[in-house]
Design a protein. Sequence first.
Length: 412
Amino acid sequence: MSGGDMAKPLLGHRHVESDTNLALLPSGGTIGILGSGDFARCLATRLVCSGFKVVVGSRNPKRNAGLFPAAAKVTCQAEAVKKTDIFFVAMFREHYSTLCDLTDALAGKILVDVSNKVEMSHQQESNAGYLASLFPASTVVKGFNVISAWTLQSGPRDGNKQVLICSDNQEARRIVAELARAMGFTPVDMGSLSSACEIENVPLRLLPAWKIPIFLALGLFFCFYTYNFVRQVLHPYIREKKNKFYKIPIEVVNTTLPCVAYVMLSLVYLPGVLAASFQLYYGTKYRRFPDWLDQWLQHRKQIGLLSFFCAALHAMYSLCLPMRRSHRYLLLNEAVKQVQHSSFIYVSFGIMSLGLLSLLAITSLPSISNSLNWREFSFIQVRLAINGEYSGLALSLHAQTSFIDPPQFPGW
Ligand SMILES: NC(=O)C1=CN([C@@H]2O[C@H](COP(=O)(O)OP(=O)(O)OC[C@H]3O[C@@H](n4cnc5c(N)ncnc54)[C@H](OP(=O)(O)O)[C@@H]3O)[C@@H](O)[C@H]2O)C=CC1
Ligand SMILES: [Fe+3]
Protein backbone atom coordinates (compact mmCIF):
# COMPACT_ATOMS: atom_id res chain seq x y z
CA MET A 1 0.00 0.00 0.00
CA SER A 2 1.49 3.36 -0.94
CA GLY A 3 1.83 6.24 1.48
CA GLY A 4 -0.96 8.03 -0.33
CA ASP A 5 -3.32 5.11 0.12
CA MET A 6 -2.42 4.84 3.78
CA ALA A 7 -3.43 8.41 4.44
CA LYS A 8 -6.80 8.00 2.75
CA PRO A 9 -9.68 7.41 5.19
CA LEU A 10 -11.24 3.97 4.80
CA LEU A 11 -14.17 4.92 6.98
CA GLY A 12 -14.50 8.42 5.65
CA HIS A 13 -17.59 9.46 7.56
CA ARG A 14 -16.59 8.25 10.99
CA HIS A 15 -14.61 11.12 12.38
CA VAL A 16 -13.93 11.80 16.02
CA GLU A 17 -15.36 15.26 15.81
CA SER A 18 -18.73 13.82 14.86
CA ASP A 19 -18.78 11.39 17.77
CA THR A 20 -19.77 13.03 21.01
CA ASN A 21 -18.55 10.15 23.18
CA LEU A 22 -15.10 10.24 21.66
CA ALA A 23 -14.83 13.98 22.04
CA LEU A 24 -14.80 13.15 25.76
CA LEU A 25 -11.63 11.03 25.41
CA PRO A 26 -9.13 12.12 28.08
CA SER A 27 -6.53 12.46 25.33
CA GLY A 28 -8.58 14.86 23.23
CA GLY A 29 -8.57 12.47 20.31
CA THR A 30 -4.85 11.62 20.37
CA ILE A 31 -3.92 7.97 20.69
CA GLY A 32 -0.42 6.75 21.45
CA ILE A 33 1.23 3.58 20.20
CA LEU A 34 4.41 2.13 21.69
CA GLY A 35 6.28 0.02 19.14
CA SER A 36 6.56 0.34 15.40
CA GLY A 37 6.05 -3.21 14.17
CA ASP A 38 3.36 -4.68 11.93
CA PHE A 39 0.58 -4.31 14.47
CA ALA A 40 1.56 -0.74 15.36
CA ARG A 41 1.63 0.27 11.70
CA CYS A 42 -1.75 -1.19 10.85
CA LEU A 43 -3.29 0.17 14.04
CA ALA A 44 -1.96 3.63 13.24
CA THR A 45 -3.44 3.43 9.75
CA ARG A 46 -6.84 2.47 11.10
CA LEU A 47 -6.79 5.13 13.81
CA VAL A 48 -5.84 7.83 11.31
CA CYS A 49 -8.56 6.63 8.95
CA SER A 50 -11.06 6.75 11.82
CA GLY A 51 -10.20 10.37 12.48
CA PHE A 52 -7.79 10.15 15.43
CA LYS A 53 -4.48 11.87 15.90
CA VAL A 54 -1.75 9.29 16.38
CA VAL A 55 1.60 9.54 18.13
CA VAL A 56 4.00 6.61 17.88
CA GLY A 57 6.81 5.96 20.36
CA SER A 58 9.69 4.06 18.79
CA ARG A 59 13.24 3.25 19.83
CA ASN A 60 14.30 4.38 16.38
CA PRO A 61 11.84 7.03 15.15
CA LYS A 62 13.97 8.21 12.23
CA ARG A 63 14.23 4.79 10.66
CA ASN A 64 10.57 3.86 11.20
CA ALA A 65 8.75 7.12 10.48
CA GLY A 66 8.43 6.33 6.76
CA LEU A 67 6.43 3.17 7.53
CA PHE A 68 3.55 5.10 9.09
CA PRO A 69 0.82 7.22 7.51
CA ALA A 70 1.96 10.80 7.05
CA ALA A 71 -0.63 12.01 9.56
CA ALA A 72 0.91 9.95 12.39
CA LYS A 73 3.67 11.55 14.43
CA VAL A 74 6.57 9.16 15.03
CA THR A 75 8.89 10.11 17.84
CA CYS A 76 11.00 8.55 20.59
CA GLN A 77 9.24 6.70 23.42
CA ALA A 78 9.97 9.28 26.12
CA GLU A 79 8.60 12.07 23.95
CA ALA A 80 5.50 10.12 22.88
CA VAL A 81 4.37 9.24 26.40
CA LYS A 82 4.05 12.95 27.22
CA LYS A 83 1.61 13.55 24.37
CA THR A 84 -1.43 11.57 25.42
CA ASP A 85 -3.13 9.45 28.08
CA ILE A 86 -4.03 6.35 26.10
CA PHE A 87 -1.36 4.02 24.76
CA PHE A 88 -1.46 0.83 22.81
CA VAL A 89 1.51 -1.29 23.81
CA ALA A 90 2.23 -2.93 20.44
CA MET A 91 5.21 -4.92 21.66
CA PHE A 92 5.88 -8.48 22.73
CA ARG A 93 5.66 -9.44 26.40
CA GLU A 94 9.42 -10.08 26.53
CA HIS A 95 10.07 -6.39 25.84
CA TYR A 96 7.62 -4.87 28.34
CA SER A 97 10.36 -4.51 30.93
CA THR A 98 12.31 -2.22 28.57
CA LEU A 99 9.58 0.38 29.20
CA CYS A 100 10.27 0.49 32.94
CA ASP A 101 12.20 3.76 32.60
CA LEU A 102 8.89 5.33 31.60
CA THR A 103 7.01 4.15 34.71
CA ASP A 104 6.57 7.64 36.12
CA ALA A 105 5.59 9.17 32.80
CA LEU A 106 3.00 6.44 32.26
CA ALA A 107 1.46 6.76 35.73
CA GLY A 108 -2.28 7.40 35.62
CA LYS A 109 -2.46 6.60 31.91
CA ILE A 110 -4.34 3.83 30.10
CA LEU A 111 -2.17 1.06 28.61
CA VAL A 112 -3.90 -1.21 26.12
CA ASP A 113 -2.23 -4.61 25.99
CA VAL A 114 -2.73 -6.11 22.51
CA SER A 115 -0.30 -9.00 22.87
CA ASN A 116 -0.91 -12.66 22.26
CA LYS A 117 0.58 -15.78 23.70
CA VAL A 118 2.54 -18.29 21.71
CA GLU A 119 0.92 -21.27 23.40
CA MET A 120 -2.36 -21.86 25.14
CA SER A 121 -2.15 -21.84 28.94
CA HIS A 122 -4.49 -21.37 31.87
CA GLN A 123 -2.00 -21.33 34.73
CA GLN A 124 0.53 -18.79 33.48
CA GLU A 125 0.00 -15.14 34.36
CA SER A 126 -1.62 -13.28 31.45
CA ASN A 127 0.48 -10.79 29.46
CA ALA A 128 -1.88 -8.02 30.55
CA GLY A 129 -1.51 -9.10 34.20
CA TYR A 130 2.27 -8.98 33.79
CA LEU A 131 2.06 -5.47 32.26
CA ALA A 132 -0.16 -4.35 35.14
CA SER A 133 2.38 -5.70 37.64
CA LEU A 134 5.17 -3.72 35.92
CA PHE A 135 3.13 -0.50 35.86
CA PRO A 136 0.97 -0.53 39.00
CA ALA A 137 0.24 3.20 38.70
CA SER A 138 -1.19 2.82 35.17
CA THR A 139 -4.53 1.32 34.15
CA VAL A 140 -4.13 -1.75 31.95
CA VAL A 141 -6.86 -2.76 29.48
CA LYS A 142 -6.67 -5.99 27.50
CA GLY A 143 -8.04 -5.76 23.99
CA PHE A 144 -7.56 -5.96 20.22
CA ASN A 145 -5.41 -9.11 20.42
CA VAL A 146 -8.12 -11.05 18.58
CA ILE A 147 -7.81 -8.65 15.62
CA SER A 148 -5.00 -9.36 13.20
CA ALA A 149 -2.83 -6.62 11.77
CA TRP A 150 -4.29 -7.50 8.38
CA THR A 151 -7.86 -6.93 9.61
CA LEU A 152 -6.83 -3.61 11.11
CA GLN A 153 -5.39 -2.49 7.83
CA SER A 154 -8.05 -3.79 5.49
CA GLY A 155 -10.99 -2.89 7.73
CA PRO A 156 -13.28 -5.12 9.78
CA ARG A 157 -15.33 -7.71 7.96
CA ASP A 158 -18.35 -9.59 9.23
CA GLY A 159 -16.49 -12.56 10.67
CA ASN A 160 -13.83 -10.74 12.68
CA LYS A 161 -15.45 -7.63 14.03
CA GLN A 162 -15.54 -8.40 17.72
CA VAL A 163 -12.96 -6.90 20.04
CA LEU A 164 -12.89 -8.51 23.47
CA ILE A 165 -12.04 -6.02 26.19
CA CYS A 166 -11.32 -6.41 29.89
CA SER A 167 -9.90 -4.24 32.65
CA ASP A 168 -10.27 -3.70 36.37
CA ASN A 169 -11.16 -0.08 35.68
CA GLN A 170 -14.66 0.33 34.30
CA GLU A 171 -14.07 3.82 32.92
CA ALA A 172 -10.95 2.68 31.04
CA ARG A 173 -12.94 -0.24 29.65
CA ARG A 174 -15.63 2.13 28.43
CA ILE A 175 -13.09 4.43 26.76
CA VAL A 176 -11.35 1.59 24.92
CA ALA A 177 -14.75 0.17 23.92
CA GLU A 178 -15.71 3.55 22.41
CA LEU A 179 -12.39 3.61 20.62
CA ALA A 180 -13.01 0.15 19.16
CA ARG A 181 -16.49 1.20 18.05
CA ALA A 182 -15.13 4.33 16.37
CA MET A 183 -12.70 2.10 14.45
CA GLY A 184 -15.58 0.03 13.09
CA PHE A 185 -15.32 -2.92 15.49
CA THR A 186 -17.84 -4.32 17.95
CA PRO A 187 -16.52 -4.17 21.52
CA VAL A 188 -17.41 -7.01 23.87
CA ASP A 189 -17.06 -6.26 27.57
CA MET A 190 -15.36 -9.23 29.24
CA GLY A 191 -15.22 -7.74 32.74
CA SER A 192 -12.18 -7.59 34.99
CA LEU A 193 -8.54 -8.09 34.00
CA SER A 194 -8.68 -11.67 35.24
CA SER A 195 -10.41 -12.50 31.93
CA ALA A 196 -7.23 -11.50 30.07
CA CYS A 197 -5.91 -15.07 30.12
CA GLU A 198 -9.08 -16.31 28.44
CA ILE A 199 -8.94 -13.50 25.84
CA GLU A 200 -5.31 -14.27 25.10
CA ASN A 201 -6.20 -17.90 24.46
CA VAL A 202 -8.89 -17.05 21.89
CA PRO A 203 -6.62 -16.63 18.82
CA LEU A 204 -4.85 -19.88 19.67
CA ARG A 205 -7.98 -21.98 19.44
CA LEU A 206 -7.78 -23.84 16.18
CA LEU A 207 -11.10 -24.28 14.38
CA PRO A 208 -13.39 -23.94 17.38
CA ALA A 209 -17.06 -24.85 17.50
CA TRP A 210 -16.80 -28.27 15.87
CA LYS A 211 -19.16 -30.12 18.18
CA ILE A 212 -22.48 -29.22 16.52
CA PRO A 213 -21.26 -29.66 12.91
CA ILE A 214 -19.75 -33.07 13.75
CA PHE A 215 -22.96 -34.29 15.42
CA LEU A 216 -24.90 -32.92 12.47
CA ALA A 217 -22.72 -34.79 9.99
CA LEU A 218 -22.92 -38.02 12.01
CA GLY A 219 -26.71 -37.67 12.36
CA LEU A 220 -27.13 -37.10 8.63
CA PHE A 221 -24.80 -39.99 7.86
CA PHE A 222 -26.77 -42.29 10.12
CA CYS A 223 -30.13 -41.32 8.52
CA PHE A 224 -28.93 -41.59 4.93
CA TYR A 225 -27.03 -44.80 5.63
CA THR A 226 -30.14 -46.40 7.11
CA TYR A 227 -32.20 -45.28 4.12
CA ASN A 228 -29.64 -46.55 1.59
CA PHE A 229 -29.23 -49.81 3.49
CA VAL A 230 -32.97 -50.44 3.37
CA ARG A 231 -33.12 -49.51 -0.33
CA GLN A 232 -30.05 -51.28 -1.63
CA VAL A 233 -29.70 -54.28 0.67
CA LEU A 234 -32.75 -55.02 2.76
CA HIS A 235 -35.40 -54.38 0.14
CA PRO A 236 -33.87 -56.63 -2.57
CA TYR A 237 -33.33 -59.32 0.06
CA ILE A 238 -36.92 -59.31 1.30
CA ARG A 239 -38.58 -58.84 -2.09
CA GLU A 240 -36.38 -60.94 -4.35
CA LYS A 241 -34.24 -62.93 -1.89
CA LYS A 242 -31.16 -61.36 -3.50
CA ASN A 243 -28.09 -61.38 -1.30
CA LYS A 244 -26.52 -57.92 -1.58
CA PHE A 245 -24.99 -57.76 1.85
CA TYR A 246 -21.53 -57.34 0.28
CA LYS A 247 -22.61 -53.76 -0.47
CA ILE A 248 -22.72 -52.77 3.19
CA PRO A 249 -19.11 -51.67 3.74
CA ILE A 250 -18.41 -49.88 0.46
CA GLU A 251 -21.31 -49.24 -1.91
CA VAL A 252 -23.83 -48.17 0.73
CA VAL A 253 -21.25 -45.92 2.36
CA ASN A 254 -20.36 -44.50 -1.04
CA THR A 255 -23.95 -43.57 -1.84
CA THR A 256 -24.40 -42.11 1.64
CA LEU A 257 -21.36 -39.81 1.51
CA PRO A 258 -22.51 -37.55 -1.34
CA CYS A 259 -25.98 -37.25 0.22
CA VAL A 260 -24.37 -35.98 3.42
CA ALA A 261 -22.00 -33.72 1.43
CA TYR A 262 -24.80 -32.10 -0.56
CA VAL A 263 -27.07 -31.56 2.43
CA MET A 264 -24.17 -30.09 4.42
CA LEU A 265 -23.23 -27.83 1.51
CA SER A 266 -26.78 -26.57 1.26
CA LEU A 267 -26.66 -25.92 5.03
CA VAL A 268 -23.65 -23.69 4.38
CA TYR A 269 -25.52 -21.48 1.93
CA LEU A 270 -29.01 -21.55 3.43
CA PRO A 271 -28.32 -19.36 6.50
CA GLY A 272 -26.89 -16.65 4.22
CA VAL A 273 -30.19 -16.56 2.33
CA LEU A 274 -32.16 -16.56 5.59
CA ALA A 275 -29.98 -13.75 6.93
CA ALA A 276 -30.56 -11.72 3.77
CA SER A 277 -34.34 -12.29 4.00
CA PHE A 278 -34.20 -11.28 7.66
CA GLN A 279 -32.45 -8.03 6.77
CA LEU A 280 -34.87 -7.33 3.93
CA TYR A 281 -37.85 -8.02 6.20
CA TYR A 282 -36.64 -5.62 8.89
CA GLY A 283 -35.21 -3.14 6.37
CA THR A 284 -31.92 -2.82 8.22
CA LYS A 285 -28.64 -4.66 8.53
CA TYR A 286 -27.95 -3.34 12.03
CA ARG A 287 -30.46 -5.54 13.83
CA ARG A 288 -29.12 -8.63 15.58
CA PHE A 289 -30.03 -11.96 14.03
CA PRO A 290 -31.95 -14.35 16.28
CA ASP A 291 -29.59 -16.56 18.28
CA TRP A 292 -30.25 -19.73 16.31
CA LEU A 293 -29.39 -17.99 13.03
CA ASP A 294 -26.35 -16.33 14.57
CA GLN A 295 -25.08 -19.71 15.76
CA TRP A 296 -25.81 -21.29 12.39
CA LEU A 297 -23.94 -18.52 10.54
CA GLN A 298 -20.95 -18.96 12.81
CA HIS A 299 -20.78 -22.69 12.10
CA ARG A 300 -20.80 -22.39 8.31
CA LYS A 301 -17.05 -22.86 7.95
CA GLN A 302 -17.03 -26.09 9.93
CA ILE A 303 -20.11 -27.44 8.12
CA GLY A 304 -18.47 -26.55 4.79
CA LEU A 305 -15.28 -28.35 5.74
CA LEU A 306 -17.14 -31.49 6.79
CA SER A 307 -19.07 -31.35 3.54
CA PHE A 308 -15.74 -31.15 1.73
CA PHE A 309 -14.46 -34.11 3.71
CA CYS A 310 -17.48 -36.26 2.79
CA ALA A 311 -17.33 -35.24 -0.87
CA ALA A 312 -13.58 -35.91 -1.06
CA LEU A 313 -14.05 -39.29 0.59
CA HIS A 314 -16.79 -40.09 -1.90
CA ALA A 315 -14.52 -39.05 -4.78
CA MET A 316 -11.84 -41.39 -3.47
CA TYR A 317 -14.27 -44.26 -2.99
CA SER A 318 -15.65 -43.76 -6.48
CA LEU A 319 -12.15 -43.83 -7.89
CA CYS A 320 -11.23 -46.97 -5.99
CA LEU A 321 -14.34 -48.93 -6.93
CA PRO A 322 -13.45 -49.48 -10.60
CA MET A 323 -9.82 -50.14 -9.63
CA ARG A 324 -10.97 -52.94 -7.37
CA ARG A 325 -12.63 -54.59 -10.34
CA SER A 326 -9.92 -53.89 -12.88
CA HIS A 327 -9.23 -57.59 -13.34
CA ARG A 328 -12.05 -57.44 -15.78
CA TYR A 329 -9.69 -56.57 -18.61
CA LEU A 330 -12.57 -55.86 -20.99
CA LEU A 331 -13.43 -52.95 -18.80
CA LEU A 332 -10.20 -51.23 -19.74
CA ASN A 333 -11.07 -51.43 -23.42
CA GLU A 334 -14.45 -49.97 -22.70
CA ALA A 335 -12.99 -47.31 -20.47
CA VAL A 336 -10.51 -46.16 -23.10
CA LYS A 337 -13.31 -45.90 -25.65
CA GLN A 338 -15.42 -43.99 -23.25
CA VAL A 339 -12.58 -41.63 -22.33
CA GLN A 340 -11.95 -40.96 -26.02
CA HIS A 341 -15.62 -40.26 -26.43
CA SER A 342 -15.92 -37.95 -23.51
CA SER A 343 -12.53 -36.29 -23.61
CA PHE A 344 -14.14 -32.92 -24.15
CA ILE A 345 -16.08 -33.39 -20.93
CA TYR A 346 -12.83 -34.12 -19.12
CA VAL A 347 -11.24 -31.02 -20.59
CA SER A 348 -14.14 -28.87 -19.50
CA PHE A 349 -14.09 -30.36 -16.01
CA GLY A 350 -10.33 -29.87 -15.92
CA ILE A 351 -10.83 -26.21 -16.73
CA MET A 352 -13.54 -25.99 -14.09
CA SER A 353 -11.23 -27.48 -11.47
CA LEU A 354 -8.45 -25.14 -12.46
CA GLY A 355 -10.88 -22.25 -12.10
CA LEU A 356 -11.92 -23.50 -8.69
CA LEU A 357 -8.32 -24.02 -7.65
CA SER A 358 -7.35 -20.51 -8.67
CA LEU A 359 -10.42 -19.20 -6.84
CA LEU A 360 -9.17 -21.05 -3.82
CA ALA A 361 -5.69 -19.68 -4.23
CA ILE A 362 -6.99 -16.15 -4.67
CA THR A 363 -9.18 -16.31 -1.59
CA SER A 364 -6.49 -17.94 0.47
CA LEU A 365 -3.51 -15.90 -0.63
CA PRO A 366 -4.30 -12.44 0.72
CA SER A 367 -4.82 -13.86 4.15
CA ILE A 368 -1.57 -15.80 3.98
CA SER A 369 0.70 -13.30 2.26
CA ASN A 370 -0.61 -10.57 4.48
CA SER A 371 -0.37 -12.55 7.64
CA LEU A 372 1.91 -10.03 9.18
CA ASN A 373 2.75 -12.08 12.19
CA TRP A 374 2.70 -15.65 11.05
CA ARG A 375 4.02 -17.03 14.27
CA GLU A 376 1.00 -16.01 16.27
CA PHE A 377 -1.64 -15.73 13.65
CA SER A 378 -1.00 -18.83 11.66
CA PHE A 379 -4.00 -20.48 13.30
CA ILE A 380 -6.33 -17.68 12.35
CA GLN A 381 -4.96 -17.57 8.84
CA VAL A 382 -5.49 -21.29 8.44
CA ARG A 383 -9.07 -20.74 9.54
CA LEU A 384 -9.49 -17.94 7.05
CA ALA A 385 -7.95 -19.89 4.22
CA ILE A 386 -10.14 -22.91 4.68
CA ASN A 387 -13.61 -21.98 3.57
CA GLY A 388 -16.60 -23.14 1.61
CA GLU A 389 -14.93 -23.29 -1.79
CA TYR A 390 -13.20 -26.52 -0.89
CA SER A 391 -16.56 -28.25 -1.01
CA GLY A 392 -17.10 -26.98 -4.53
CA LEU A 393 -13.71 -28.36 -5.50
CA ALA A 394 -14.51 -31.73 -3.97
CA LEU A 395 -17.85 -31.90 -5.74
CA SER A 396 -16.20 -31.12 -9.07
CA LEU A 397 -13.59 -33.78 -8.29
CA HIS A 398 -16.41 -36.16 -7.51
CA ALA A 399 -18.14 -35.32 -10.79
CA GLN A 400 -14.98 -36.23 -12.65
CA THR A 401 -14.43 -39.53 -10.91
CA SER A 402 -18.07 -40.39 -11.44
CA PHE A 403 -17.37 -40.71 -15.15
CA ILE A 404 -15.58 -43.90 -14.44
CA ASP A 405 -18.19 -45.04 -11.95
CA PRO A 406 -18.91 -48.74 -12.52
CA PRO A 407 -22.58 -48.48 -13.50
CA GLN A 408 -21.65 -46.63 -16.66
CA PHE A 409 -19.92 -49.65 -18.18
CA PRO A 410 -22.03 -52.19 -20.00
CA GLY A 411 -22.46 -55.50 -18.29
CA TRP A 412 -21.97 -54.18 -14.71
N1 LIG B 1 0.86 -8.76 13.98
C1 LIG B 1 -0.34 -9.15 14.31
O1 LIG B 1 -1.13 -9.56 13.44
C2 LIG B 1 -0.78 -9.09 15.73
C3 LIG B 1 0.08 -8.77 16.77
N2 LIG B 1 -0.38 -8.70 18.06
C4 LIG B 1 0.53 -8.34 19.16
O2 LIG B 1 1.09 -7.05 18.91
C5 LIG B 1 2.39 -6.99 19.46
C6 LIG B 1 3.35 -6.51 18.40
O3 LIG B 1 3.34 -7.42 17.33
P1 LIG B 1 3.99 -7.08 15.93
O4 LIG B 1 3.79 -5.65 15.64
O5 LIG B 1 3.51 -8.05 14.96
O6 LIG B 1 5.53 -7.37 16.26
P2 LIG B 1 6.80 -6.73 15.58
O7 LIG B 1 7.95 -7.61 15.89
O8 LIG B 1 6.51 -6.41 14.18
O9 LIG B 1 6.98 -5.36 16.39
C7 LIG B 1 7.35 -5.32 17.74
C8 LIG B 1 7.81 -3.93 18.05
O10 LIG B 1 8.18 -3.86 19.41
C9 LIG B 1 9.05 -2.74 19.58
N3 LIG B 1 10.04 -2.98 20.62
C10 LIG B 1 10.18 -2.26 21.73
N4 LIG B 1 11.16 -2.72 22.49
C11 LIG B 1 11.72 -3.74 21.82
C12 LIG B 1 12.82 -4.58 22.09
N5 LIG B 1 13.55 -4.51 23.20
N6 LIG B 1 13.12 -5.53 21.17
C13 LIG B 1 12.39 -5.66 20.04
N7 LIG B 1 11.34 -4.86 19.76
C14 LIG B 1 11.01 -3.91 20.63
C15 LIG B 1 9.70 -2.52 18.23
O11 LIG B 1 9.42 -1.19 17.84
P3 LIG B 1 10.57 -0.07 17.92
O12 LIG B 1 11.77 -0.63 17.29
O13 LIG B 1 10.00 1.08 17.16
O14 LIG B 1 10.73 0.25 19.37
C16 LIG B 1 9.03 -3.49 17.29
O15 LIG B 1 8.68 -2.90 16.08
C17 LIG B 1 2.71 -8.37 19.98
O16 LIG B 1 2.52 -8.42 21.37
C18 LIG B 1 1.70 -9.25 19.29
O17 LIG B 1 1.39 -10.37 20.09
C19 LIG B 1 -1.69 -8.93 18.35
C20 LIG B 1 -2.59 -9.23 17.38
C21 LIG B 1 -2.21 -9.36 16.00
FE1 LIG C 1 -21.35 -39.80 -6.93
